[in-house]
Each structure stands twice: as structure tokens, then as C-alpha cells.
Design a binder for this molecule. Sequence first.
Ligand SMILES: CC(C)(COP(=O)(O)OP(=O)(O)OC[C@H]1O[C@@H](n2cnc3c(N)ncnc32)[C@H](O)[C@@H]1OP(=O)(O)O)[C@@H](O)C(=O)NCCC(=O)NCCS
Length: 237
Amino acid sequence: MAINHEAAGRNRLRLEPAGLPVTAITKRHAREVISSGSQMVPPCNKGSDRSGRDFLFAMSSTDLAYELRPPRVEDSEAIVRMHAQSWLDAYPNEAEGISKEHIAKIVYEKMLSPTGVTRRQGYVQAYVDNPDDGTFYRIATAGNKVIGFVVGTKDTQGQSLDALYVDKQVYGTGVAQALFDAFLAWTDPALPISVDVVRYNERAVGFYKKQGFKKIPGSDYTHHSGMPSIKMKREPV
Ligand SMILES: CC(C)(COP(=O)(O)OP(=O)(O)OC[C@H]1O[C@@H](n2cnc3c(N)ncnc32)[C@H](O)[C@@H]1OP(=O)(O)O)[C@@H](O)C(=O)NCCC(=O)NCCS
């Protein structure tokens, strides 16, 4: 992550809107917060730069302030925007024949269209109305910004991790790990967990391997978005 001490002050770590992965210190701190059992650290401060873009900063280089909580319907648009940006960041891959234009078309015509936003509100509303009905949903927020979310489901057929996305600015900070751990605590430990992932998405595959998932042999398929995908499974430990 780009650290702008000049603009943000000597003791503040500025999280640039299009920053790179954060420092090892921040990552270590996030792990400490998680291992201490807390899901919340002091609220993040919010400011804006000269061009009016919002940024978030923690009070010191060892603080990354975020909170995990169930979504509210009014979070829906922020969730879908963060999700859409994550698609733009993670999925274009010219070598695999998945162009930026292809992903942008899905993002702008499906996810961010009025229908897409309404659909997302519907998902969140359904969860809010029946939070114990086989779906697990948490968002990570820093200040008033959504920086990640996780959705999982379980039914008589099994349990799956359906979506885990974090803002590129917080890759490697432990936010994704905290969301995953919260999901894991909700699952039945006696049953396997499945997840579908884009085959060339090495960061996500690496993350899931770290959590004990293995590729299911012969599970390659083409997702309806056109992206080559695989299925991974985590056996009970
Ligand atoms: C997948 C995602 C949630 C993981 O969160 P993260 O904070 O990036 O994950 P971490 O940094 O903890 O772990 C990533 C691991 O992948 C591995 N990795 C990272 N970059 C890699 C690369 N280019 N090639 C191979 N492995 C890589 C590393 O082993 C790393 O773990 P470690 O450095 O702690 O050993 C996040 O990257 C994300 O939101 N990506 C975009 C959305 C997405 O792909 N979601 C999954 C949909 S199924």
C-alpha cells in the first residue's frame, strides 16, 4: 500500500484509493486482533484529498480499523459497488482470453445496472428477513466504507462458500481471513465445504489452499461469465 505520511500526518497510515497491498506491520496487527477474538478495532478515520476523493486512515501504522457485521439493506449498493470493483481488479486476463472489456460489460450491464442493484437489495433483504435460514452473510466495514463481504450457504446437499471478496487495498491484511474465519465458525465442522473459483485467479486459489481447500480433480468448467473455473473442497479436519 502506498503510504502518504505527508498528507495524512506522521502517525497515520493513509490507505490510497487505488493502493497496493498493505504493510506487513498492518497484516500482523490484523492477525493479533483476530486471534484476540475481537472483530472490531477503533473506528477508522475518514478524510478526502484535494481532488475530493475519500480515503481512510488508521491512527498509526499498526492499526487497520475495521468491523465485521451482518449487512443492512442500505448497505446493498456499497456491497455491489465493492464487488464490481473487485471483478474489475481480479478477473481480466488477456492470456486466458478474458478481456477487460468483457468483465466491464458484465460489471456495468449486470452488476451495477438498476436491475443489478435492485437484485442485490433483494438478496440482502432476504437475509435480513431470515438470517437463520441457511445463509451466512457478513460485511467488513472501515469507517462507512464496505471493504469486504462473505456469503455462505448450507442445506441438506452440503455447505459452500459462495462469495468472498475484499477491496484490493486490504489484500494481505487479514480482513479476508477474518471474514473466512467468521464463515467457518458458522459451518458444520463435520461436513466438507465447497467453493468455486476462477482457475487463473492465483491469489484466491492460494488463499483457499491456505485454508485447507484442494482442487477437486476433473472439476474444470466454464462459469456462465465465460471464465474458466474449478471447484475446490475442504474436508472436515
Ligand atoms: C481471494 C481474496 C479474498 C483473498 O484475500 P487476500 O487478503 O488477498 O488473501 P491473503 O493475502 O491472506 O492470501 C493470499 C495467499 O495467496 C497466495 N498468493 C498471493 N498472490 C499469489 C500469486 N500471484 N500467485 C500465487 N499465490 C499467490 C499467497 O500464498 C497468499 O498467502 P500468504 O502470503 O499469506 O502465504 C482476495 O484476494 C480477493 O478478494 N480477491 C478478489 C476476489 C476473489 O477472487 N474472490 C474469490 C472469489 S471465489
